[in-house]
Design a protein around this ligand. Structure first.
Ligand SMILES: [Zn+2]
Length: 601
């Protein structure tokens, strides 16, 4: 062994032994100049503040970073101390190294603080997220919507026609395989986070709301006078992806609190499902655990509130603040709403399409607006239908997303100072491998055609609405997920409702749903996931991002999801436009100050 490599190993081993503390933000964090964040230093044992030295670029912490200092001798009642510095904002760009030393032990992290360029390139940002949208979704939506023949696609999706593209990494602070909470949070804060968390780093705090905070884009926009923001989703609006625009919690399941965070941030437009978390617990169907009536609070704050498509499409031209809640839970997908005429949408028969919500949001946000806006639009059911292996519905929802993108592109033609980004928060393990042809002889698997046996599917779009006239054609796409619970593979679309591949058995494990056993030719597939999985899971595969408009040229090659935040804030010149405090926080805002922070004041 060469001496130098031996030295590296020894010094690495020493470094591993001599860690003084865990520090947040993490090493390699990229931080927007002027954005608020919390610094947390967690020691493994109880220390005295005078025995440790915390410095930033060689200067004492409290001389360099301004914030609310708090020392906790025993965090969580255990002999391990913590130092907090909350509500820090670094205004000067540069590299910052925070070092902690205690005796002969040392820890350090380095952060890169970036300021926006002087020149503002884009006035508006429209950020589309196909939740769980994988390469197969783009390919499948193109085939179903436009057709393909003799090797060439018959047309292009709106999202295909964007000049800039990048591959996006989606791993998180704690794991290679992420969920929507931290991945969307990464796009919207520029910081990585952990599974189930948004707007915070995962630390050892026990209170969900008391982890080291990052400032999400919705809150940053609120600090730019006159600038607006909107969130549109066909999930519950307080679900992880839309919620990440404002949320700071370690648990995406804090949906009642995320509604309060939306209220505090006062988005100019908020459209989607999830009304159950807005209603006081006394209202039947409410999922709140208190008596707060957020529909009333939003109404009192000057919002026009709508609950179905008819109301949404007849709002007054003078509407400046709009709350639309169209389902108690997640909204239904486009296939069931528009085409299947099944029982799925019986409870909420008049839910708007994502295209209508996108158009309305653009109308409201752009009216008399000098300072621009950020609009986030999510097609959530791309993911929500991929989990139960229902690729037909997932592809149909991808087409709906694409038609919403086309509306944004029309807007951008008239408003060329608009950047449009189309991406996914994460992917699924899904692939298109050929066709299933009913004309072929044999059992169902013999009808799967691959390579030259695949040929082309026979979907049609006679009415030209961009959707296939029929999903259950005689020669259809063969699409398979690479991870699944036990289930019956039917090789056919589930016309009556979203596929339910597995159900819990008497042992509490998920087994194939017998409801599909008698579908003609159904074949039992034994799962390759642990038996507590009721559906397919997210993939670690990169996401494809496409973009257009001023500033979008900075998307290229491989990027982390956190890097997208810099592209957006650069285009908006955001750090130059931030005011220290937002004047737009409502007087009766909900208090989410962590209890220990209150005690320190
Ligand atoms: Zn998912």
């Amino acid at each position: 062994m060469r001496l130098s490599s031996l030295a590296v190993i020894i010094s690495a081993a020493l470094a591993a032994q001599a860690q003084a503390a865990t520090i947040f933000p993490l090493d390699r964090a990229t931080i927007l100049a002027g954005s608020y964040f919390d610094v947390k230093v967690e020691f493994d044992q109880e220390i005295k503040p005078e025995d440790v030295n915390i410095s930033v670029n060689g200067q004492p912490l409290q001389d360099t970073l301004k914030g609310d200092y708090q020392f906790i001798a025993q965090e969580n009642g255990t002999p391990a101390s913590t130092v907090w510095l909350r509500n820090v904002a670094i205004k000067e760009a540069g590299d910052y190294t925070l070092s902690v030393s205690e005796g002969d032990k040392e820890s350090k992290v380095s952060w890169s603080v970036f300021a926006s360029p002087q020149e503002q390139k884009a006035k508006n940002i429209i950020f589309f997220v196909g939740d769980g949208m994988s390469v197969a979704n783009r390919t499948g939506a193109r085939i179903l919507s436009k057709g393909v023949y003799e090797g060439k696609a018959n047309g292009r999706l709106a999202m295909d026609q964007m000049p800039y593209m990048a591959m996006i990494g989606t791993s998180s602070q704690d794991t290679i395989a992420s969920d929507s909470a931290n991945t969307m949070s990464a796009y919207l804060t520029g910081h990585k986070s952990a599974v189930n968390a948004m707007g915070v780093y995962l630390s050892r705090s026990e209170d969900n709301l008391d982890h080291p905070r990052q400032e999400p884009l919705g809150l940053l926009v609120r600090r730019v006078p006159g600038m607006k923001f909107g969130v549109v989703s066909d999930a519950e609006v307080e679900d992880a992806t839309p919620g990440a625009m404002v949320a700071q919690t370690r648990r995406r399941g804090d949906k009642d609190k995320i509604v309060g965070m939306f209220y505090n941030a006062q988005p100019d437009v908020l459209l989607g499902g999830g009304s159950a978390y807005f209603l006081p617990q006394t209202t039947p169907g409410s999922k709140r655990k208190d008596d707060t009536d957020f529909i009333q609070k939003f109404t009192d704050a000057g919002y026009q509130v709508v609950t179905n498509n008819s109301e949404l499409t007849s709002i007054g031209a003078d509407t400046t603040k709009l709350l639309g809640l169209f389902n108690t839970g997640n909204m239904d997908g486009v296939y069931d709403r528009r085409f299947a005429k099944n029982e799925v949408t019986a409870k909420f028969p008049d839910q708007p399409d994502l295209t209508t919500m996108t158009q309305t949001a653009l109308d409201v946000l752009s009216k008399d607006n000098e300072q621009g806006f950020v609009l986030v639009v999510e097609s959530a059911r791309i993911d929500k239908d991929s989990h139960p292996l229902d690729w037909e519905r997932s592809f149909m929802n991808t087409i709906m997303l694409d038609q919403s993108i086309a509306i944004a592109q029309e807007f951008a033609e008239k408003n060329p100072d608009t950047m449009i980004v189309v991406t996914a928060d994460h992917t699924h393990g899904i692939g298109i491998i050929g066709t299933v042809d009913d004309e072929k002889e044999g059992e169902m698997r013999d009808k799967v055609g691959t390579y030259d046996e695949a040929g082309y599917p026979n979907y049609t779009d006679a009415d030209g609405d961009g959707y296939p006239d029929d999903l259950n054609v005689s020669k259809r796409l063969a699409v398979f997920y690479n991870n699944f619970p036990d289930h019956y593979e039917t090789y056919r679309p589930k016309l009556d409702g979203v596929f339910v591949p597995a159900v819990k058995n008497e042992n509490g494990q998920y087994a194939a749903n017998e409801q599909y056993k008698d579908a003609p030719g159904a074949q039992l597939r034994i799962g390759n996931l642990p038996k507590d999985a009721d559906s397919g899971v997210h993939a670690v595969d990169d996401v494809i991002l496409t973009a257009q408009g001023p500033g979008a040229e900075n998307y290229h090659g491989y990027m982390e999801n956190t890097d997208s935040f810099k592209v957006i804030t650069d285009a908006l010149a955001l750090s130059n436009r931030l005011q220290d405090e937002s004047s737009q926080i409502p007087e009766d805002s909900v208090d989410f100050t962590p209890p220990s922070s209150k005690a320190a004041q």
